[in-house]
Design a protein around this ligand. Structure first.
Ligand SMILES: Cc1cc2nc3c(=O)[nH]c(=O)nc-3n(C[C@H](O)[C@H](O)[C@H](O)COP(=O)(O)OP(=O)(O)OC[C@H]3O[C@@H](n4cnc5c(N)ncnc54)[C@H](O)[C@@H]3O)c2cc1C
Length: 485
């Protein structure tokens, strides 16, 4: 039992999780302010929580993010200790071996994380350790935005209104630039030994030119976005052929930037009248969708694998490995769907509009279970996030809270024509169609033989015929819905 909770010479531990930053980090700030020697710790537990352990694309990001964080902590006079395994064993061992008397962490909200943190907190407190936890991940913790009767929201608009009415009265915390560690640090694994990066084959080649994982990359993204794309956000956010969105999602997921930093920087620009109010507010409402997703998950932990709308639990999903594979590989014969799935594979990210089109195609045109899509996204997205991914997939499948009505089935041709009007997005990710004229870029099977020849496309050889016909597939989806309605 450790009895030196107020002892300034006893070290404290900061347990980094999804908060890989030195700015606006409440746990790190509090530890640094305690005046104690600080041990910074990151634990990779790839056994727990089983199927929700980070996917391949996330591990690529994590490697680079930890590298940057480690450098920043060293510059401040600290060091990042890396350990792999079960936090319930590693943390008490480190507390004991270093004579640390207190620990700081920022809270997480996935059901299994809440469970783990609760058990660990109780264990540590009963061992006499001081446990300090903070909110470093959300503008409001999931239970803080409540309906008037004190319950959770199921619909976004009133949630967003309630969030705005509560107001955000916090400012981001200053960066921790000075740390001092204990006389001797616990052993650390070498990051490279964790082998988080793919090698044979290195499927992440295309990620490098797209992303700069880490706090510096996050802050640059935010600055660039506020200097430029936010000015037309409401118009261009649906255009995958443009850089119309912030690209902050993986940085937010890994906590390299906090939503409070984004909120506050956007409000500052609004106050200076440097960004158009309507566009900036639409952007902030998207940050609120993230909060809403966390609230939904907090109050409905079973939604990770069960439909929120119970009538969908009897939906007649079809098991078709071949069609699932065609979807995953971007070989469905619908150009905008294929461009999206290939963007995902090549860059670890997909534009939101195209996530909706590809998601809808999987669950409605192919009648494949949304959980298959969710799992594929989990493994391939660099921003794979337990709350946003689950809530979005349920939304697309029509079985979630405030979901798209099931009968509203995205038409991949008209969606393509509307949101990628010149076909540039398709041409970028489906190079076989590079020379297809605008008229047929979203419907190559309708082009006559001369047009296809001129474009150098032999359907069925260079690029597939559609794996399902739109009209009958749409009808089959509506028929399936009739069975559970
Ligand atoms: C099927 C499907 C799966 C998705 N899976 C994820 C996921 O795993 N992780 C993830 O972060 N987002 C997910 N989204 C939501 C959304 O597509 C991404 O957040 C967005 O594309 C990220 O790009 P951005 O940062 O440029 O977004 P911006 O348009 O710049 O938005 C700013 C931020 O707001 C948040 N945001 C925006 N839209 C949403 C939304 N619909 N739901 C929740 N938060 C949102 C994100 O944190 C985003 O970074 C999913 C959407 C769909 C339809």
């Amino acid at each position: 039992m450790n009895s030196s909770a107020q002892d300034k010479s006893a070290p404290c531990v900061v347990w980094f999780r999804q908060d890989l930053r030195t700015k606006d980090n409440p746990a790190l700030r509090a530890a640094a302010d305690s005046g104690k020697p600080v041990i910074c710790l990151f634990i990779l537990d790839d056994q727990n929580p089983g199927e929700w352990s980070a996917g391949g694309a996330s591990l690529w990001w994590l490697h680079h993010s930890l590298n940057e964080l480690s450098g920043k902590l060293e510059k401040a006079g600290g060091a990042l200790v890396l350990r792999r395994g079960d936090a319930r064993k590693i943390i008490p061992d480190i507390m004991e071996s270093t004579s640390a008397d207190s620990i700081f962490w920022n809270r997480r909200y996935a059901p299994f994380d809440i469970e783990l943190d609760k058990i660990l907190k109780e264990d540590l407190q009963s061992g006499g350790y001081d446990v300090n936890t903070s909110n470093g991940r959300l503008l409001f913790e999931p239970w803080e935005v409540e309906t008037q009767s004190g319950g959770p929201y199921r619909v976004f608009t009133p949630f967003w209104k309630a969030m705005q009415a509560k107001g955000i009265n916090r400012e981001p915390l200053p960066e921790v630039t000075r740390l001092y560690g204990p006389k001797s640090l616990p052993n650390s694994d070498a990051l490279d030994d964790w082998a988080l990066l793919p090698t044979k084959p290195d499927w992440a080649q295309g990620f490098k030119s797209e992303w700069s994982p880490g706090q510096s990359g996050a802050l640059t993204r935010l600055k660039d976005f506020l200097n430029d794309a936010v000015g037309s956000y409401s118009d261009d956010r649906n255009r995958p052929d443009k850089t119309g969105t912030s690209g902050l999602s993986p940085h937010l997921h890994f906590g390299e930037i906090s939503p409070l930093q984004i909120w506050s920087a956007t409000q500052d620009r609004l106050a200076q009248e440097e960004v158009p109010a309507d566009h900036a507010k639409t952007f902030l409402s998207e940050i609120a969708w993230r909060e809403f997703s966390y609230s939904l998950l907090f109050y409905n932990p079973k939604m990770l694998d069960k439909e929120l709308n119970e009538k969908f639990r009897k939906f007649p999903w079809v098991s078709d490995r071949e069609k699932l594979k065609a979807w995953q590989q971007g070989q469905t014969g619908y150009p905008v769907v294929d461009a999206g799935m290939r963007q995902l594979w090549q860059t670890g990210w997909m534009h939101n509009r195209v996530r909706m089109i590809t998601g809808s195609f999987l669950v409605k045109h192919l009648l494949i279970d949304w959980r298959e899509g969710m799992k594929w996204f989990w493994d391939t997205l660099v921003d794979a996030d337990i709350a946003s991914n689950t809530a979005s997939w349920q939304w697309i499948a029509g079985c979630g809270a405030d979901a798209a009505p099931y009968f509203r089935i995205f038409n991949p041709m008209t969606q393509g024509e509307r949101f990628d009007p010149s076909g540039d997005y398709v041409r970028k990710y489906v190079p076989e169609l590079q020379k297809m004229p605008k008229k047929h870029i979203h419907t190559p099977w309708e082009a006559d033989a001369a047009v296809l020849k001129e474009a150098g496309v032999q359907l069925g050889k260079d690029y597939p015929y559609p794996i399902v016909d739109h009209k009958p597939a749409r009808q089959a989806a509506l028929d399936a819905y009739e069975k559970i309605k």
